[in-house]
Write a protein that binds this ligand. Structure first.
Ligand code: ZN
Length: 449
């Protein structure tokens, strides 16, 4: 394709939602103009009343390849992404083998991804207990930032960092100017709570929730804020669950510290009150908390204390979810939601009076900024890649396995009636998903910083 135009009554741009034509040349947005100003020679695809949203960017995905492709993989994760309206995934450095903590491991990932991806991808580098000398090399090799854990990540091969080890890594991170994404829970409060629950019934959700107290997140965030003040690195808190941290985050953000915060669809949609005992599909860390907590997270998004929504898509083989015995202690913690996150969020947004502009800000532009690719991704503006979603915001559907597309089609969202249907997804002007099918060859590529 050379020059073409995509037209809709509702094109979602950073300047607002309006009837417009998006002019595309060689996969890039040439301009966004009123439809009646189009040159008649240009081929037009008119989506009518369906909205055109920027292709979503998911800055928190566990693709698990190479090494654990039986859990997920580039092919299945990127197809699920295309079906869900995502055009760029940023892969987490753990669960794959080797973990992405050296340039050699990053090269292994690049090799594994090659020729398989339905949408674009990037890779976060890992910061672990002993790879300080690899941090700046990873930055040079093109990662957009780093991820670390302050608590055991539930899997071997990617070590958590203590405060001491973090202090050794932070000067390197600060020198790169790239963000450090942190799983913010400290082990102390989790261990203390878990010890008290030795005799408890671990099939009860209340037991699991009690084992991941708010204080684990709060103490981790307190530590991180003081380190951020000391080392002046870009700090990003992944998957914030506790609303009790919001006052502290609001204060440091207004002080001007370089801090961003994300939360996930499952914290914004589910609540502890509705999770039945034995329902390990809902297990994730930090845990899903109360309804009241959830509403405060929504308030923080509105205020901008929370900057973005990422999925933390973290699948595993169904056996690992322990669906037979429903034991929250031994079940894998992680929720996969790439194909449904957009309708899940949109369902919640319409209940709260938000518009598609907020979807674009929280699920496309915000994550693209975090990954440093906002001049290319996440917005419908001149010069960006022509990545977009054709979305019917009024249509409703009941989530079934057929909608999931990732490797293991299990999900806590199945059976829910959701609002908003992804009719098609375009990557650089090419249709990569339409009506349940994937018409294109794998066109996804790595975006390097
Ligand atoms: Zn994660």
């Amino acid at each position: 394709m050379n020059v073409g135009a995509f037209v809709s009554r509702r094109v979602v741009t950073p300047q607002g939602i309006r009837a417009a034509a998006m002019l595309v040349e060689d996969g890039r947005i040439l301009d966004v103009v009123p439809s009646d100003q189009l040159n008649r020679q240009i081929p037009v695809k008119d989506f009518g009343e369906a909205a055109i949203l920027p292709g979503l960017v998911d800055s928190h995905v566990h693709i698990n390849e190479p090494g654990r492709t039986e859990w997920e993989g580039f092919r299945t994760a990127t197809r699920a992404a295309a079906a869900g309206g995502y055009t760029l995934l940023v892969d987490m450095p753990l669960n794959c083998m080797p973990p992405t903590t050296t340039v050699a491991a990053l090269d292994a990932k690049r090799k594994a991804a090659s020729g398989q991806c339905a949408v674009d991808w990037m890779a976060w580098g890992g910061v672990v207990s002993d790879n300080q000398e690899h941090i700046e090399d990873l930055a040079v090799a093109g990662v957009p930032g780093f991820k670390c854990f302050l608590i055991h990540p539930g899997i071997d091969g990617f070590t958590m960092v203590t405060e001491h080890e973090l202090r050794a890594a932070l000067p390197h991170v600060a020198r790169t100017g790239l963000p450090l994404l942190v799983h913010a829970e400290l082990p102390g409060p989790v261990d203390a709570a878990t010890q008290k629950l030795a005799q408890a019934d671990w099939c009860r959700y209340a037991t699991y929730l009690a084992s991941r107290p708010d204080e684990a997140e709060l103490s981790a965030i307190r530590l991180l804020l003081s380190l951020c003040r000391e080392f002046r690195f870009r700090l990003h808190i992944v998957h914030l669950s506790t609303a009790l941290a919001l006052d502290m985050l609001r204060a440091v953000k207004s002080e001007g510290l370089p801090i961003t915060v994300e939360t996930c669809p499952h914290y914004l949609h589910f609540s502890a009150e509705q999770i039945r005992d034995g329902q390990t599909l809902f297990k994730c860390a930090p845990a899903i908390r109360s309804r009241e907590n959830r509403e405060k997270l929504w308030e923080a998004l509105r205020e901008g204390v929370i900057d973005l929504v990422a999925t933390d898509h973290s699948p595993c083989p169904p056996e690992m979810k322990r669906l037979d015995d429903g034991n929250f202690r031994t079940a894998w913690g992680g929720i996969a939601s790439l194909s449904l996150a957009l309708p899940v969020l949109w369902t919640e947004l319409t209940r709260r009076g938000y518009t598609l502009a907020e979807i674009a800000r929280w699920m496309a532009e915000g994550p693209a900024k975090l990954a440093g690719c906002e001049s290319q991704k996440g917005r419908i503006v001149k010069g960006c890649d022509a990545d977009f979603v054709v979305f019917d915001p009024e249509a409703k559907f009941v989530a079934t396995r057929e909608h999931l597309h990732y490797r293991h089609r299990i999900s806590p969202y199945l059976g829910e009636e959701l609002r908003g249907v992804v009719k098609a997804t375009y990557l650089r002007g090419n249709c990569v998903f339409e009506g349940g099918t994937f018409p294109a060859e794998p066109l996804g590529r790595e975006i390097r910083r």
